[in-house]
Design a binder for this molecule. Structure first.
Ligand SMILES: [Zn+2]
Length: 254
């Protein structure tokens, strides 16, 4: 009897921990969304539609595989170039080149809290733009991995992803976010580097969007012709043994 009671108690305890995962494709070929909350699925489909709509003007393939999984907690480990573990960071979204997966912290789940974006509370619209950011990484990566072109480095990838993120926002939300960071802009391609990015990633995003409005950077990134500050600096410091951007990025997660 006691055994049965214990089993029943364990069963009761396990019920709230059981999360049902569903799969959806937003009625698009090559798309797989794994979610447990309808709200997240809706946001993912909106993000795919809006990202594609914006990127349609560029010569980039948009029928590539997209795999998005929503999670109730999301941590990524950082390693240095020798593969030694540095730290674990909690993030809202990430794209992993090794398995082509986009992971997103669920906004539909009550168990999660999405941190603010540029000091503004994350609304559904901003959340959709965050998913669009990761989708942009995925599209750009697939595009360059398929072609033999120059593989963009970290700063270049983030430049592209943030530009897409700001482009899919409504004009009023975008203006609200940009108005808080009026003074921030890139003066040249050299300034677009991973040090500026790591100093304040979202502020880097504001600067990327502004720069892309007056430069042909998006076209150049897609064509593999955009040379970011990281590469320019590494070339200046090089004697003869600088790894090519393709080698340096064999493994990448953004
Ligand atoms: Zn990113």
């Amino acid at each position: 009897m006691l055994y049965i009671i214990v089993l029943l108690v364990l069963f009761q305890l396990s019920v709230p921990l059981t999360v049902h995962a569903y799969n959806g494709d937003c009625y698009l070929p090559g798309v797989l969304i794994e979610y447990s909350n309808e709200y997240d699925y809706e946001c993912a489909c909106a993000a795919i539609r809006e990202t594609r709509h914006f990127l349609e003007q560029y010569p980039i393939q948009l029928d590539q595989i997209l795999y998005i999984r929503f999670k109730d907690n999301l941590y990524i480990n950082h390693y240095n170039e020798h593969g030694t573990y540095i730290l674990t960071e909690e993030v809202t979204g990430s794209y992993d080149r090794m398995d082509g997966t986009i992971l997103m912290l669920s906004m539909g789940s009550r168990a999660t809290h999405i941190p603010s974006f540029l000091g503004t509370e994350v609304t559904k619209e901003i959340y959709i733009s965050m998913i669009a950011h990761e989708i942009a990484h995925s599209y750009l990566d697939s595009h360059h991995l398929k072609s033999n072109s120059f593989l963009p480095d970290r700063a270049t990838h983030e430049f592209f992803a943030y530009t897409v993120q700001f482009e899919v926002l409504t004009e009023s939300t975008r203006k609200h976010l940009l108005d808080h960071w009026r003074e921030y802009k890139f003066g040249s391609n050299e300034a677009i580097n991973s040090i500026v990015y790591l100093g304040h990633p979202d502020r880097f995003g504001v600067m990327a969007y502004r720069y892309s409005r007056t430069h042909q950077s998006m076209k150049q990134i897609i064509a593999g012709k955009f040379i970011s500050g990281d590469y320019m600096i590494s070339q200046e410091e090089a004697d003869h043994d600088v790894p090519s951007p393709r080698k340096r990025l064999a493994k990448a997660r953004w």
